[in-house]
Design a protein around this ligand. Structure first.
Ligand SMILES: [Zn+2]
Length: 188
């Protein structure tokens, strides 16, 4: 076989080999790249984490809230007992989140707990608040946050009156009391 024929055969062979390798690589890449994307990495803990529909930057919250509201809602602070606006409030109406306006508690479920913080036997409805374990200050408590913006409201304890035996101990600074007719979605 003449030299140039041998070289052409080798060259053709190499080209075919390269094409086959590239094709195989392309197929492998396509299948692996199409494999399940982002959400697959979520752990069990994150899956149960509540997703808050109202999301704002720290700067936006600081701008919108008073210093005291910011401290309670965004830094999980606690106002001093008997100093808040609503601990001794007996007017009728609906207590809304001071951060996002979400309806949280009905004045009907408010009771005098003697603690110096507004206290309720239950939220206005099940989806109004979210609860999570709080292990700060050397205690295990159940923290109560607004289900819409995640703002800290207070804690819930199991020493409340009937019928729920629950005591939602909430900071006045996290609340805004509005008349029953104010705003839609409060009909309950
Ligand atoms: Zn809220």
């Amino acid at each position: 076989m003449p030299d140039h024929v041998i070289w052409m055969t080798i060259r053709t062979g190499v080209i075919v080999a390269v094409v086959v390798v590239l094709a195989a690589f392309a197929i492998a890449c396509t299948t692996s790249c199409e494999a399940p994307s982002a959400p697959a990495e979520k752990s069990g803990d994150q899956m149960t984490e509540h997703q808050f529909p109202v999301q704002k930057t720290d700067e936006q919250w600081r701008e919108q809230l008073t210093e005291e509201q910011y401290h309670v809602l965004r830094e999980a602070g606690t106002e001093r007992a008997f100093t808040g606006k609503y601990w001794d409030e007996h007017a009728d109406g609906i207590y809304h989140c001071a951060g996002c306006g979400n309806a949280l508690f009905d004045a009907e479920h408010k009771f005098d707990s003697g603690t110096g913080w507004p206290s309720y036997t239950r939220p206005i409805d099940e989806g109004a608040v979210a609860e999570r374990e709080d292990n700060s200050h050397g205690m295990t408590r159940t923290e109560v946050v607004c289900a819409d913006c995640g703002g800290h409201l207070g804690h819930v304890f199991t020493d409340g009156p009937e019928p729920t035996s629950l005591r939602y101990c909430i900071n006045s600074a996290a609340l805004t009391l509005k008349g029953r007719q104010a705003g839609a979605g409060d009909a309950k």
